[in-house]
Design a protein around this ligand. Structure first.
Ligand SMILES: Cc1cc2nc3c(=O)[nH]c(=O)nc-3n(C[C@H](O)[C@H](O)[C@H](O)COP(=O)(O)OP(=O)(O)OC[C@H]3O[C@@H](n4cnc5c(N)ncnc54)[C@H](O)[C@@H]3O)c2cc1C
Length: 391
């Protein structure tokens, strides 16, 4: 992507963020889905940020894309999660492993916002270890037939197509990945509403009951599904880490503004050294998270430029896990400190720190929990594969 293209994309994202802010705040307070994200994202042409121009996207590299997600997440983790679901783990696997036919069928429509995408790996009894999934597929003539339940899926209730993972029912150790249309007969979805945060974002579960999928909706080779899932999560983790950087940036901006205005004991609270400690530590988190996010994004760009290079892929996998683990914990701490600086007002969803605190907690859970990422990092350092330690 050229510098001019990157600048234009960041400007469009900035305009989107300014327009979505009051709408998101109102939806959040009224605890209802923000139905303006897609129309506004369409208006600013940011629904295919990483998709090459030939398929209707903006052709962003990972570094530029990470910057856009940091900016978007300042408006809320729910807003950014929509983009991660649609782009980082929705468009990305189609772009990376899809046939020409699948790319032509889904990417231009996804970039226009005519269709919304989601990624369905987790099941009620298979989260941290997706290999324990029980969804199955079977080839029947010119179709695959899928059965199973997917749980806690971002955009799952609004998506037109989901990247789904299932075992071959006749060869039970082979996981494959499919693009499944959600309007197919037998596909039933249900929104999950009892959430701790992100009330404006869609999270859903769905059941596939004898859902027929055309043979050419297979992603990559049959049996390659686990590799596709893990490869997609590298993209997803960088997007979560970038979003968490945005949370820290927003918390810093909020505390700087509040601490210079709010007076107690005869002076702005920012003049009290214990308040300054919170501000200094949020800034420390910001600087460190930014460095780790950019390092992971650069590693991903280097790996994408040389896709057969296993060492570059390994470095990107490690850097993405490190950035996500660090930034999500740093964002949680930054939001907690921002709530503290705001005092009683902090403990309220009327103000941004309280909303960030509620929402960002999930970033330590989805796309790999803290614990799973620690196992991954340790496996990289010790040698071996992290899922070997599950056994
Ligand atoms: C809002 C939201 C959106 C989501 N979006 C998506 C999505 O779009 N697509 C998707 O596929 N999934 C999605 N998920 C699911 C998410 O990825 C899982 O919740 C996550 O991977 C954890 O799985 P689990 O909830 O089953 O927890 P479990 O796997 O049951 O884990 C419970 C606890 O045990 C720990 N644990 C498990 N195994 C080990 C181990 N070997 N060593 C040490 N500790 C361990 C975990 O770290 C965790 O603390 C979403 C979840 C949420 C909450």
């Amino acid at each position: 992507m050229t510098n001019d293209d990157a600048r234009r994309l960041l400007d469009d994202v900035e305009a989107f963020c300014q327009e979505i802010r009051p709408i998101e705040e109102l939806c959040y307070l009224e605890h209802r889905p923000n139905d303006q994200i897609i129309p506004l994202a369409r208006k600013y042409d940011i629904l295919g940020m990483i998709v090459p121009k030939e398929y209707g996207g903006r052709g962003a590299d990972t570094v530029t894309y990470a910057k856009t997600l940091a900016r978007i997440n300042r408006e809320g983790t729910g807003v950014r999660t929509f983009f991660s679901g649609h782009t980082s783990i929705g468009e990305y696997p189609i772009l990376t492993w899809g046939s020409d036919l699948l790319k032509q069928k889904y990417l231009p429509a996804a970039c226009r916002g005519d269709i919304i995408l989601a990624f369905g790996l987790t099941e009620p009894d298979a989260g941290s270890n997706p290999l324990e999934m029980t969804s199955t597929y079977q080839r029947r003539g010119d179709r695959y037939v899928l059965n199973g339940v997917k749980y806690l899926i971002s955009n799952g209730g609004i998506a037109n197509a989901v990247i789904c993972f299932a075992y071959n029912s006749e060869s039970p150790r082979r996981v494959s990945a499919f693009v499944v249309d959600t309007h197919a007969p037998g596909f039933v979805k249900e929104d999950l509403l009892a959430k701790m945060g992100m009330p404006t974002a869609n999270t859903a579960m769905f059941e596939m009951n004898q859902v027929e999928v055309p043979l050419d909706h297979l992603l990559g080779e049959e049996g390659n599904g686990f590799r596709i899932a893990m490869g997609t999560l590298v993209s997803g983790r960088i997007s979560v880490a970038a979003g968490c950087l945005g949370v820290i940036e927003d918390c810093l901006a909020e505390v700087v503004s509040y601490a210079t205005q709010r007076q107690q004991h005869g002076k702005p609270i920012g003049k009290h050294q214990l308040v300054q400690e919170h501000i200094a530590l949020i800034e420390q988190h910001r600087a460190a998270a930014e460095a780790m996010v950019l390092r992971a994004a650069r590693a991903k760009d280097a790996s994408s430029a040389d896709p057969t290079n296993a060492e570059l892929a390994r470095q990107a996998d490690l850097a993405a896990a490190q950035a996500k683990l660090f930034a999500s914990n740093a964002a949680w701490d930054a939001a907690d400190r921002a709530v503290q600086v705001f005092g009683g007002r902090g403990w309220s969803t009327l103000y941004r720190p309280g909303r960030h605190l509620q929402d960002v907690r999930v970033c330590r859970i989805y796309e790999g929990t803290d614990e799973i990422l620690k196992l991954k990092i340790a496996a990289h350092v010790l040698g071996g594969k992290e899922w070997e330690s599950f056994k």
